[in-house]
Design a protein around this ligand. Structure first.
Ligand code: ADP
Ligand code: MG
Length: 319
């Protein structure tokens, strides 16, 4: 069944806002009205997912709904923000009721988990594309930044790295690896971790383009160099089964949506408790140094040449 634009919005996107008194005007007017919390700063981010660029054709609608919001929540996590409101621009080839029902199931399950409300958007016809703008809040001056890493700080990552990149490689080669694909399609934004790192981490970024590329952004913003040990990069069992001890996909592949952050050396011990509380591994992978650039060492302490630092749209690699 296909729906008109307004039926579609009413049926799939308009929901009541129980337990929220910060949205006096939501979906249905020309714009939404929200009430920011006194003493907090607004953190705003946007990310778009296009079919064929950010997810392969054939990705289940429910996973697309999840991921479109997850990648935005991941940016809020990297800033240490509490998610609050989001808007969504949806471009659809056709308005298929079943597809939309699955899409919003994935979208709203994640939204409810993090208490973020859909307050408006735009719906147009065109190639499948989902643009979300997410808004969150942090206490004044409390946002985590890419700048701030200091020589001597330790570099850590959450979770395990590289599964999504291997899954994508597998799909492109016609192999199905369900455990890895789950990581590609259902990334978990590290909201609780980001908030816990406020006042503790000296810098933070979420891993969307690849560990080396994203850590490179921290180094550039902080005016520092870093050395990481490839054998400390946390790999999942599924990763090792698929790629053995080849760590390159974990270093250069994107779409992990884990956090990479730095803390002063004497704060590393404080992270054990946090890791246990969040049931999320936090693994030290290297150290911030003076200078510029990233060095990745192999098991023998030799520097690994990196063929391609991460995904770039319009990059020379022709992607
Ligand atoms: P306008 O023409 O005034 O810009 P629209 O007709 O585009 O408004 O949208 C009607 C209402 O539905 C607005 O409140 C808008 O925010 C909301 N809306 C439209 N598309 C979406 C969407 N994809 N998700 C959430 N809300 C939407
Ligand atoms: Mg209007």
């Amino acid at each position: 069944m296909t729906l008109g634009e307004f039926d579609l919005i009413d049926r799939h996107f308009r929901r009541p806002y129980p337990q929220r008194n910060d949205i006096p005007v939501g979906i249905g007017d020309d714009a939404a009205v929200v009430v920011p919390t006194a003493g907090q700063e607004l953190v705003v981010t946007t990310d778009v997912l296009n079919e064929g660029v950010h997810f392969p054709p054939g990705t289940p609608a429910k996973a697309i709904g999840h991921k479109a919001l997850a990648v935005n929540l991941s940016d809020l996590a990297a800033m240490g923000a509490q998610p609050r409101w989001f808007t969504m621009t949806l471009s659809l080839v056709r308005a298929n009721d079943d597809w939309l029902a699955s899409f919003t199931e994935g979208l709203f399950a994640l939204a409810d988990q993090h208490d973020i409300a859909l307050i408006g958007g735009d719906t147009v016809s065109g190639p499948l594309s989902i643009g979300i703008q997410a808004m969150g809040e942090v206490p004044k001056g409390g946002a985590l930044r890419r700048a701030g890493a200091q020589p001597g700080d330790r570099i850590l990552v959450s979770g395990t790295i590289g599964d999504a990149a291997l899954a994508l490689q597998g799909i492109q080669q016609g192999e199905d690896q369900p455990v890895l694909r789950e990581r590609l399609e259902w990334p978990q934004p590290r909201i609780a971790l980001g908030q816990a790192l406020r006042g503790l981490a000296t810098s933070c970024i979420d891993l969307s383009d690849g560990l080396c590329a994203d850590l490179g952004h921290i180094l550039e913003a902080s005016g520092c160099a870093a050395t990481i040990n490839s054998n400390q990069v946390p790999l999942s069992e599924a990763y090792r089964k698929s790629a053995g001890d080849n760590v390159l996909p974990a270093l250069t592949g994107g779409d992990d949506y884990e956090l990479c952050f730095t803390v002063p050396a004497d704060s590393v011990v404080d992270l054990d408790e946090l890791s246990a509380e969040l049931e999320l591994p936090l693994t030290e992978i290297g150290t911030i140094k003076e200078g510029s650039g990233l060095t990745v060492l192999d098991d023998y302490g030799q520097s690994i040449p990196l063929p391609h630092p991460g995904y770039e749209h319009f990059g020379d690699a022709g992607e």
